[in-house]
Design a protein around this ligand. Structure first.
Ligand code: SAM
Ligand code: SF4
Length: 347
């Protein structure tokens, strides 16, 4: 199995196109032709972690830190609702203070209050206690994204500092807690960072299957000059190789897990102007549109050349959807769909 996956990840040219076409056909057959939209809010760049790859790691003193106020967040939620999108992702750096937990909780209750069941919320706010995950679940969050970054503890330890804040097993425990509570659980990993081999990516894909996740967000690693991993830039594969590996990973995963939601991640777009569409053509069925105001764009710089595309209105969303629809006649986009993971619903 591992060899087969490695072979598939290495396909290029005509064979690669065939791999992607097969994955798209499998997507249509198993989860339908729909492309689901997620509106992204980058809620805070305050993070206590120091991941070696991430531009907003706590040691990067060049970053000016922010947390959106309750009012600002609700204003963006209203923009999203008016733009006709019913699914929101709230993402942030990692913080476990009671203030932070309460703020997210209040936002979740306010969304539930104002929009009832119209809006589905996904959280991506890092590792938290089981109690915190439970509070947020009761307040209305029903999906949670937490990447394991690498399924090998040894490799995980090469891209994170060696301290209690960065513990591979704690990460896996968090994923277990989320599942126990009843969340639709999403995970994933970075593709093509220094020191990672093709075999490691194949193992990561098999690990997603073993975890039995409902959603996946995995994407190419992109360097950031103010991070420790930047020192290993010379070891990196070319951007087009990382793009190919990212797309082939999506296509292989679609064969391994036919009924899950797979995101065509923003990092693909940083490597190729059509990256998001290429991801959808390779078997992904979810795209994120960033609704965070442009004034925060430089402050949430995870990696270089991160997409600056911002959405605020129905018209801006419509223009983007038209581009996606033109790219492939098979894409059906209804922004109002919640797009729950079929895999989760079938459990
Ligand atoms: N702090 C939360 C966490 O880590 O789960 C959520 C926000 S974090 C910015 C979201 C994801 O960004 C991480 O899981 C990581 O995979 C990705 N990321 C960070 N730095 C990156 C880089 N240089 N290239 C590609 N992806 C990166
Ligand atoms: Fe913080 Fe997440 Fe970046 Fe790690 S990846 S430094 S946890 S924001």
């Amino acid at each position: 199995m591992l060899d087969e996956i490695v072979n598939a990840l290495n396909l290029r040219g005509e064979e690669q196109r065939a791999l992607h076409q097969k994955a798209r056909a499998l997507t249509i057959k198993n989860v339908g032709a729909n492309i689901y939209l997620r509106a992204l809010i980058e809620f805070s760049n305050i993070c206590k972690k120091d991941c070696y790859y991430c531009g907003i790691r706590s040691s990067n003193k060049k970053v000016s830190r922010y947390q959106l106020s309750f009012q600002r967040t609700m204003e963006i939620v209203e923009n999203i609702y008016r733009a006709g999108i019913n699914s929101i992702v709230i993402q942030s750096g990692e913080e476990q203070s009671e203030n932070f937990i309460k703020e997210i909780e209040s936002i979740l209750y306010a969304i539930k209050d104002r929009y009832a069941d119209d809006i589905r919320v996904t959280l991506s706010c890092g590792e938290q206690s089981k109690e915190c995950y439970h509070r947020w679940f009761l307040a209305g969050a029903k999906r949670y994204l937490l990447r394991f970054e690498s399924s090998s503890e040894k490799i995980y330890n090469t891209i994170h500092p060696n301290n209690n804040n960065h513990n591979f097993n704690a990460r896996l425990n968090s994923l277990k807690d989320l599942k126990d509570i009843g969340y639709q659980v999403g995970s994933g990993f970075m593709i093509g960072f220094p020191g990672q081999r093709i075999e490691d990516i194949a193992n990561d894909l098999l690990f997603l299957k073993m975890l039995d996740v409902d959603m996946v967000g995995m994407g190419p690693y992109i360097e950031h000059r103010d991070t420790p991993l930047y020192a290993r830039k010379e070891e990196l594969l070319s951007p087009s190789e990382r793009l190919s590996l990212g797309l082939n990973s999506i296509a292989v995963l679609r064969q391994l897990m036919k009924d899950i939601n797979i995101a065509s991640t923003t990092a693909l777009e940083s490597l190729h102007p059509q990256g998001k569409i290429l991801g959808l053509k390779a078997g992904a069925n979810v795209v994120m549109l960033n609704f965070t105001y442009s004034e925060y764009e430089d402050k949430y710089s995870l990696y270089e050349n991160k997409s600056k595309a911002r959405f605020a209105s129905y018209d801006s969303v419509k223009r983007s959807l038209e581009q996606i629809s033109i790219a492939d006649q098979s894409f059906i986009i209804d922004p109002k769909q919640h797009g729950d993971s079929l895999h989760y619903k079938m459990k």
